[in-house]
Ligand binder design. Sequence first.
Ligand SMILES: [Zn+2]
Ligand SMILES: [Zn+2]
Length: 340
Amino acid sequence: MKQAILTAPKTIEFSDVPKPAVKSNEVLLKVRYMGICGSDIHAYYGKHPFMSFPIRLGHEMSGEIVEIGSEVTEDLRLKDLVTIMPQEYCGKCEPCRSGRYNICNTLNVIGCQTPGAACEYFSVRADLVKKIPANIPAALAAAVEPAAVGVHAVRRCGSVKGMNVAVIGAGAIGNVTAQAALAEGAKSVLITDLSDHRLALAQRCGIPHTANTSRCSLSDAIHEAFGSGGADIFYECVGIGATVDQAIECSKKGHDIVIVGVFGSKPPVNLAWIQDRELRICGTLMYVERDVQDTINYMSEGKIHMEPLISNVFSFREFPDAFTYIEHNSDTSLKVMIKM
Ligand SMILES: [Zn+2]
Ligand SMILES: [Zn+2]
């Protein structure tokens, strides 16, 4: 089978290797689609702090089961369309024992620290596989993973039911966070960005309020969307100090700010207001199994829409071209897929 290895910055090498043998607790998948995400792009340029060369990318994927290991107990059949939860966790450390295996002390992410799905056939532990219902096509099944990031993020400070939610940043993760908030019963959602294209996509996904903060202040946008009651919670989905500060300055006293964005450097932010206004800042990383299952249900029920986010599809042979495309279309390429 063909596989693609990222061997050095901006260098993807294709090679022929034997189809993987399936261990007793594994299934073999014929890979159908693979999504490219922000962390893959950082890795491609050699700028990911926790990834090193050589690496076979691919943590967002869908595939069809073509072989099932002899001791697999999960309810899985040949030809099932599935996606994977790419977290190899220990199950023994303190976070794992409390059910928070997404922050396992020795977490390895498939496609980041262990070989991913950038290959024709992929073997994976059966307990990391999730079945996809028939009304979700294979391309969108590969987008369950990023959508689940939004669902987990929205749950980090308790229920958003009945809340006015503000999401800063309308890239793929901001978009799915906003959609997840609506799916989880938020009263209303505002999403902001500097790109009209991204905001138009958010509108297509059903986000009721959008604002371009290159043309208005965040506080004006909040007032416009929610009136004098303001926003009840903020999700920072950019990963820079300036937008964290915007959230701090616009937050009501005693409310929460969830940090979803990934930071390239340590930002100086207004901690004095965090202290004085009893604001609470909370982090979020990936998801756990119930977030993924609920994401699949939301997508199946039409409550989370991933199709508008897919900006382009490349063949496996064109995998390197996909990164060039993203480089030249950073504003408009939310989710690029590889069709295997
Ligand atoms: Zn990802
Ligand atoms: Zn652990």
